[in-house]
Write a protein that binds this ligand. Structure first.
Ligand code: AKB
Length: 315
């Protein structure tokens, strides 16, 4: 039986586009998409799809065994804002799903894992600007705690059991296909939708809140690149810093105004402001650049242009 790839959490913001890209590269039938429900029908109907709860070890194991899955992309997670509302659920999903795939690799059912970490591993005591790969990490969100602990477990499984697990610390991801859900960086997607639909947006972060961000095409490129790299070149088995751009709500609004002069933004910070304030403003990704040639293609101007063009087509 030919080897296949499984994406867990395929209906989410990144999972949707990652699945399509992997199908383009490896062929539709070689890539099995899975999620807890069928909320994204375009994705569900685009190739093999299975309903899988990432917390259910036997369901994940059965799928891997029946389909000769050798590589798993574990994209299911509760993000920062949702994690603060449902701390135990976030811990349960984010940690147990990771243990399931790490243990399947330890048992040699699968060969290779991609698991996303996040800039949420950093906290208020981390340097704010140009955060190095190795630094103080005292996250203050449940989501950040799960990602930090997950990183330690990934490195542990690699060192002790030889598990080939690879990971990136994603910044906020901006995209025009599936919506993000439950994150603090989600404003940077919502703002484009509201700009196209209503020419106005009320931001839940204050105007000068700088955060690291990345356009989806760059996130997919980074994910595929790290997974395709020779194992020996992956010297970080916790998770790599990757950066592309950093901006504030005021700056993104100004780039939108260049295309839509009537666009208006107002600010009404909520509980997500404290989360954003605990994270760094920019990331040093020189290790990813040196080890596997990471380089982003999209800055804020290019991102705004593509976002507005694509969203306009569907409005
Ligand atoms: C979030 O805002 O929670 C996520 C992230 C930065 O990992 N987008």
């Amino acid at each position: 039986m030919t080897e296949t790839i499984l994406i867990i959490g395929a209906c989410g913001q990144i999972g949707t586009e990652l699945t399509m890209k992997l199908r383009e590269i490896h062929g539709i039938d070689s890539v099995i998409a899975s999620d807890i429900n069928t909320r994204n029908l375009d994705l569900v109907n685009s190739g093999p799809f299975e309903i899988i709860d990432a917390k259910n070890f036997n369901a994940v194991k059965d799928c891997c065994k029946h389909n000769n899955v050798k590589t798993v992309y574990l994209m299911a997670a509760l993000l920062s804002a949702t994690g603060e509302k449902y701390p135990m659920e976030a811990w349960d999903l984010n940690m147990n799903s990771l243990f399931h795939v790490l243990n399947l690799a330890k048992e040699k059912v699968i060969d290779k894992i991609f698991w996303p970490s996040s800039i949420a591993v950093f906290g208020p005591t981390t340097p704010k600007v140009n955060v190095p790969q190795h630094t103080i990490m005292e996250p203050t969100t449940v989501y950040g705690i799960t990602k930090q602990v997950g990183e330690r477990w990934c490195e542990y499984y690699h060192e002790k059991y030889g598990v080939d697990v690879r990971s990136l610390r994603y910044p906020g991801i901006i995209s025009h296909k599936a919506m993000p859900g439950g994150g603090t960086t989600d404003y940077a997607v919502e703002i484009y939708h509201e700009a196209i639909n209503n020419e106005t947006y009320t931001c839940f972060l204050s105007q000068d809140t700088y955060l690291p961000m990345m356009f989806m095409d760059d996130a997919i490129k980074a994910t595929i690149s790290i997974m395709e790299e020779k194992s020996n070149n992956i010297t970080i088995r916790s998770s790599y810093n990757i950066g592309a751009m950093s901006f504030s709500p005021k700056e993104i609004a100004n780039t939108i105004k260049e295309h839509l002069p009537n666009f208006k933004i107002s600010y009404s910070p909520d509980f997500r402001q404290a989360i954003a304030d605990s994270w760094p403003k920019s990331i040093n990704d020189e290790k990813a650049r040196a080890d596997w040639g990471w380089q982003p293609d999209f800055d804020l101007g290019k991102t705004t242009q593509v976002m507005l063009t694509e969203l306009k087509k569907n409005s």
